[in-house]
Ligand binder design. Structure first.
Ligand SMILES: NC(=O)c1ccc[n+]([C@@H]2O[C@H](COP(=O)([O-])OP(=O)(O)OC[C@H]3O[C@@H](n4cnc5c(N)ncnc54)[C@H](OP(=O)(O)O)[C@@H]3O)[C@@H](O)[C@H]2O)c1
Length: 253
């Protein structure tokens, strides 16, 4: 991890769950983090209680990743006021209580705008900065096992499709970067079930069947994924973990 000391990482969706834990872990490792989220105040609250190494800081920016202008302006603000981005963790993600057979297309669009297009826009902005400054950086997409197999859980239709898109986008990004001779690394990190506010915030726990499944499900905790991110970042420059799946012991494949 030494080579990242004092460098800058952007973490999208840093106000809760995996993004908050990843941000905390990186600051504890001496990496400066700029957290994006709509609830900026939650990132500011988190920043107050972090045990930082070597003066690393957690900065909070109010950014909705579905708003292209906000994302572009945020990267510009970082370059002009904080420094050059070396790491991007594309973590912001949502799931919506909807179906394919009688669903609301606005809910489908929200999922795709956040999980797919938001990720693409943030990636484009970070890669531009890394290439312009000759930085062999690292882009980590927080994918999901739902991006590799369709979960037998109600209402995960468009969510799973969005994560399959992330699997594809990670591979395409590697190919595009290599065609330019870039050494920027790309990792798709695919967790199984992690206990966060994702199910509750998105209304899933209002459904009795899902509530029952959730209560019995083997689970990991956000720190487990933060540790996986730290492992991926700690690999030497010539090693690229292109895909890392992590699931709780007991979860079915
Ligand atoms: N929990 C799991 O079991 C699990 C498993 C596999 C993969 N994942 C993936 O892990 C990632 C994080 O999930 P989580 O469980 O930590 O969810 P969470 O607890 O609900 O947190 C989601 C985070 O994303 C942010 N976010 C959502 N929409 C956003 C937007 N439009 N713009 C900016 N930020 C936005 C939220 O911040 P604001 O609301 O403040 O904007 C929040 O910080 C997601 O990509 C999810 O698909 C989760």
């Amino acid at each position: 991890m030494e080579r990242w000391q004092g460098k800058i990482a952007v973490v999208t969706g840093a106000s809760a769950g995996l993004g908050a834990a990843i941000s905390e872990k990186l600051v504890e490792e001496g990496i400066n983090v700029v957290g994006f989220a709509r609830r900026k105040e939650k990132i500011e609250e988190l920043a107050k209680n972090i045990k930082s190494k070597n003066g690393a800081k957690l900065h909070a920016l109010k950014v909705d990743v579905t708003n292209e202008e906000e994302v572009v302006n945020a990267f510009k603000y970082i370059s002009e006021n904080i420094g050059t981005v070396s790491i991007l963790i594309n973590n912001a993600g949502i799931v919506q209580l909807t179906t394919l057979i009688d669903g609301d297309s606005n809910l489908w669009k929200k999922v795709l705008d956040t999980n797919v297009l938001g990720l693409c826009i943030a990636t484009r902005e970070a890669v531009k900065i890394m290439m312009k400054n000759n930085i062999d950086g690292h882009i980590i997409h927080i994918n999901s096992l739902a991006g590799h197999r369709v979960p037998k859980i109600p209402y995960t239709n468009v969510y799973s499709a969005s994560k399959y898109a992330v699997t594809s986008l990670a591979q395409t990004l590697v190919n595009e970067l290599r065609s330019k001779g870039s050494k920027i690394k790309v990792t798709s990190l695919s967790p199984g079930y992690v206990e966060t506010e994702i199910a509750e915030v998105n209304g899933f726990l209002m459904n009795a069947a899902v509530r029952e499944l959730e209560a019995k499900a083997p689970r990991m905790y956000p720190i487990d994924i933060a540790n996986a991110v730290a492992y991926v970042l700690s690999t030497p420059p010539h090693v690229e973990v292109t895909e890392l799946s992590v699931q709780p012991v007991g979860e079915l494949s």
